[in-house]
Design a protein around this ligand. Sequence first.
Ligand code: ADP
Length: 309
Amino acid sequence: MILTVTLNPSVDISYHLPSLSVDTVNRVADASKTPGGKGLNVARVLNDLGESVMVTGYLGGELGDFIQHHLPTDIQKRFFKISGETRNCIAILHDGQQTEILEQGPLVDPDEADGFANHFKYILEGVDVVTMSGSLPAGMPENYYGRLIRLANLFGRKTVLDCSGSALEAVLKGDDKPTVIKPNRDELAQLLGREVSKDTEELKEVLNQPLFDGIEWIIVSLGADGAFAKHGETFYKVDIPKIEVVNPVGSGDSTVAGIASGLANEETDDVLLKKANVLGMLNAQEKTTGHVNMANYDGLYQALNVREV
Ligand code: ADP
């Protein structure tokens, strides 16, 4: 069983408009509303892959109920109720562009943060791997993921952390380390305060920095260039073929799903890295974020190459 944590989920609204007019009324015939949030994308892809999956995080108000009711039935829902209202995130697709309006989301008070940690400890019993994705809601201490990782480590559960900025920095500087982190190049650059190229020697030098000590796996996703990884003292480059891309949003979340599945099934490094990349690519080939068409899995899998560097 894989548990995915989404602390600040949303109801994602997409409006499709031929063009957007400001300071007047825009009427929309083509609208969709779906449960959103990085960890929920991870869960949907794991469900497409046929893994047993459970989701948790904070939910509040009627939008919280909407999320609860609109996730696939096969996914076990173990959310934690809070007094604040779950947020909406709006994407307006117009004129070949995408304009987004993202609510900050509810404030989580210290009692709710403690309550969730207890709830998390309780549900950890039945899971093998935990993924934690996305930003922390307002009001939460910066190292809250560190607190959850400490609990998972106490229970001997593997963890995959996919977050950025101060939440990631706090974990890297803290005592409780996840099994895997999955930064992209922008997130690495933000962390280090400098540009990071795709060059193998530079990536090796970056991942050898003491900041990453104690983390078993670092998987740097490189978009159309595949991925670069460090497992223990071994470095890998994953080469991928060129594909036709429809919508790459959520590819990183799909990669996290592949990593979690690889860990849960105790796959070899080669298989784990291939699974992670194939799922990222399959997501990029679909219109819907956080969805993969498994009919194309085997064909792509054969076309990937993992080499030690
Ligand atoms: P994130 O969404 O976190 O920025 P990436 O964009 O690096 O993550 O995507 C994750 C993975 O998805 C990549 O490692 C790659 O395997 C696949 N992928 C993403 N974008 C593309 C693309 N344009 N072409 C081929 N594969 C892609």
